[in-house]
Design a protein around this ligand. Structure first.
Ligand code: NAI
Length: 464
């Protein structure tokens, strides 16, 4: 095989692309991964999950030092924010993660083709003016931020999540457009660091699609933390001025407009599949009505040998969904079989407390006329949560009324993103609420709240 021909060429090195490339290499393929950014890892590692988690964690510590620690008898004097140092912590975390992927590519003999990939047709990819060939091409180009009509993101005063991760000072006021995951995660960071944050959300609730009771509870907690909400409200304009940004808001149902101004506006109204300059139209690759690459159940497009995974195709725009698709696709290309249960892709919001969700919501079960039972347990009644001084929120388990099979679990509370893993595992094995309730859970742990919620499904929790 010549140096410019491969078994598999993956375009994009985010969690979908790099995982697919590594798994394909493990399976014996000669693999290249095309990436135009100066570092590997895509949005997630460079300007998404990883840097935001670094800032979320650091700002939580800062916030704790301002109140919670003293309540526990740890007196800290002269707490100060060193924003450049916090940003350096974030940048160091990003660097070690992106370099980690470079190391893994070397270890697995995956070639990094530097530049933007353009598909020239089945089996051919152009990278920086050179043509590479492979019978299997995987599009893993991810997604990009979107703005609103008439609002231009300048990444200085009107920022997307990318600019929201690199502000050089804490704004006094910040308006977040969109009460979704990014809005609440980054809104929390800057709120904890001292900004007065107002979230403007078009719908009458935050976190659309999530179990309604959980999203209401989360909103109540965020409000107590000092974040303001303007629900059922749309932003009709936002323009930079000498002092900040001037916004016009309107009730979503129409009516009198109001003015609002802020030092910084964060636009977090969703993302779109990224397929710019990929040559898909010329190559005849079909797209769906939302500009995503259309694939069949085997991640193959209408063109034989061209596949797509991750944010660029339908489904939740989540790193772990893309990773799983990358693994399954590599295995299918190697003649193995693979399967993803999209009902069991957990969703986590890394605020404090965290919000986590898996399976069906109550609203979904109601609209499908499924008879279900609910078991709930508050963290207020969990010994470990009390010891941590983090008693807000609850665990809710939904189980089939007849069979007791767990249909969904929704958590707002400390470490919710970690707690949901137990339920994900249980649901993968078709667990009943009774199975979870009868599993021995160590004491004192937050996990006991999951066990108690499972007991509550049968009406017999011990601690409430
Ligand atoms: P999102 O879809 O989570 O939330 C967007 C919000 O904006 C929605 O609540 C929507 O109703 C609202 N909205 C839309 N148009 C509006 C308008 N004109 N005015 C006011 N509100 C409006 O999208 P987000 O937060 O931008 O995140 C993008 C993607 O990245 C999502 O798919 C999300 O799941 C993913 N992500 C996941 C993370 C995680 O798993 N922890 C972290 C960050 C992003």
């Amino acid at each position: 095989m010549s140096s410019d021909s491969y078994d598999v060429i993956v375009i994009g090195s985010g969690p979908g692309g790099y995982v697919c490339a590594i798994r394909a290499a493990q399976l014996g393929f000669k693999v290249a991964c095309v990436e135009k950014r100066a570092t590997l890892g895509g949005t997630c590692l460079n300007v998404g999950c990883i840097p935001s988690k670094a800032l979320l964690h650091a700002s939580e510590k800062y916030h704790e030092a301002h109140g919670l620690l003293a309540q526990m008898g740890v007196k800290v004097k002269g707490v100060e924010l060193d924003l450049p140092a916090m940003m350096k912590h974030k940048d160091d975390v990003v660097k070690s993660n992106t370099q980690g992927i470079e190391f893994l590519f070397k270890k697995n003999k995956v070639d990094w083709l530097k530049g933007a990939g353009k598909i020239l047709g089945a089996g051919k990819v152009d990278v920086a003016g050179k043509t590479y060939t492979a019978p299997r091409i995987v599009i893993a180009t991810g997604s990009d931020v979107v703005s609103l009509p008439g609002i231009t993101i300048d990444e200085k005063k009107i920022v997307s999540s990318t600019g929201g991760l690199t502000l050089d000072k804490v704004p006094e006021t910040m308006v977040v457009i969109g009460g979704g995951v990014i809005g609440l995660e980054l809104g929390s960071v800057w709120s904890r660091l001292g900004a007065k944050v107002t979230v403007v959300e078009y719908l009458d609730r935050i976190f659309p699609g999530m179990d309604l009771e959980i999203s209401k509870e989360a909103q109540k907690i965020f409000k107590k933390q000092g974040i303001d909400f303007k629900l059922s409200t749309k932003v009709t304009s936002a323009s930079s001025s000498a002092t900040g940004v001037d916004l016009t808001l309107e009730p979503a149902s129409g009516g009198a407009s109001e003015k609002l101004s802020a030092d910084i506006v964060l636009v977090a109204v969703g993302r779109r599949a990224f397929t710019d300059s990929l040559g898909l139209k010329e190559a005849g690759v079909e797209m769906d009505e939302r500009g995503r690459v259309k694939t069949n159940g085997h991640f193959e497009t209408n063109i034989k040998g061209i596949y797509a995974i991750g944010d660029v195709i339908a489904g939740p725009m989540l790193a772990h969904k893309a990773e799983d698709e990358g693994v399954v696709l590599a295995e299918m290309m190697a003649g193995q079989s693979g399967h993803i249960d999209y009902n069991l892709v957990p969703g986590v919001v890394y605020t404090w407390p965290e919000v986590a969700s898996i399976g069906q919501t109550e609203e979904q079960l109601k609209s499908a006329s499924v008879a279900y039972k609910v078991g709930k347990f508050p963290f207020m009644a969990n010994g470990r949560a009390r010891a941590m001084g983090s008693t807000e929120g609850f665990v809710k388990i939904l189980a089939d009324a007849k069979t007791d099979r767990v249909l969904g679990c929704h958590i707002v509370g400390p470490e919710a993103g970690t707690l949901i893993a137990e339920v994900a595992m249980g649901m993968e094995f078709g667990a009943s609420a009774e199975d979870i309730a009868r599993t021995c859970h160590a004491h004192p742990t937050l996990e006991e709240a999951v066990k108690e919620a499972a007991l509550a499904v049968a009406g017999r929790p011990i601690h409430i």
